[in-house]
Design a protein around this ligand. Sequence first.
Ligand code: GLN
Length: 308
Amino acid sequence: MGTGPLQGILDEIAAEARDSLERGKVADYIPELACIDPDQFAIAIARPGQPTLTAGDAGVAFSIQSVSKLFMLALALGRLGDRLWTRVGREPSGQAFDSMLLLELEKGRPRNPFINAGAIVTTDAVLEGASPREALGALLRFIRAAAGDEAIHINDRVAASETATGHRNLALAHYLRSHGNLSNPPEMTLGTYFHQCAVELNCAQLADAGRFLVGGPGVPRLVSQARIRRINALMMTCGHYDGSGDYAFRVGLPGKSGVGGGILSIVPGVASVAVWSPGLNHYGNSKLGTEAMERLTARTGWSVFGPE
Ligand code: GLN
């Protein structure tokens, strides 16, 4: 598909989002996110060796929140390799992103690296060989290299806001520690985790940053092809928490969402797609973002499960 028709599809999707009356609910448990205007929408597509296409508010920065978990996972796998899997599983949880339920039943081993408990363990694993400053520096270097943009930074106000109210994550971290699955003091691991969640990107930068997961020539080579395949598999099965099955059914692509309203989806071998709209559905995933991705794969035939 050439640039022309694809740009037309993006413009159409952005116009449909603009007209949407049901926009979902902005996350309000992090005060800095509560005041974000829900009337925003952006979509961006980055393909190997081609200019990134965008529509809507693609230059507006937002905190990537849980989308950061896939960059930290790539970093953790690079440092620890398969040892990471002794501490965290690879199965969907069927529970909300911040759930404690299975953690008790499964003795402190989180189901996967994309629910909060699993992401906290992943960050803690990176902190085994690095200080918080070094770990965050490595994460920023990774995202900057992936996006090809040195200006990417962390929004300290968002990190501070979550630090002040993140009691549930603190509870998860203490619980993990009680099972011997947290090597560092909970406050230290969470300080790093809250800052990674507060990495700020706009939609075009997020699509660019996702190119390393597309594979093949013409994209930044930051992880091996074998790891690309496995990270995509985890995104497909676990990237949208208890909404992962619904996302696979409707969109048919690996994806990772965040409560900032961003979603990064990968069309293996073809493209990295980012959408952003701050209103969330009841799973805590972007409502208009999911609908836009559904329209995009229907109109391009990009679902990994085949065309409509
Ligand atoms: N920083 C958020 C939290 O830990 C990330 C959650 C999310 O994006 N789903 O609660």
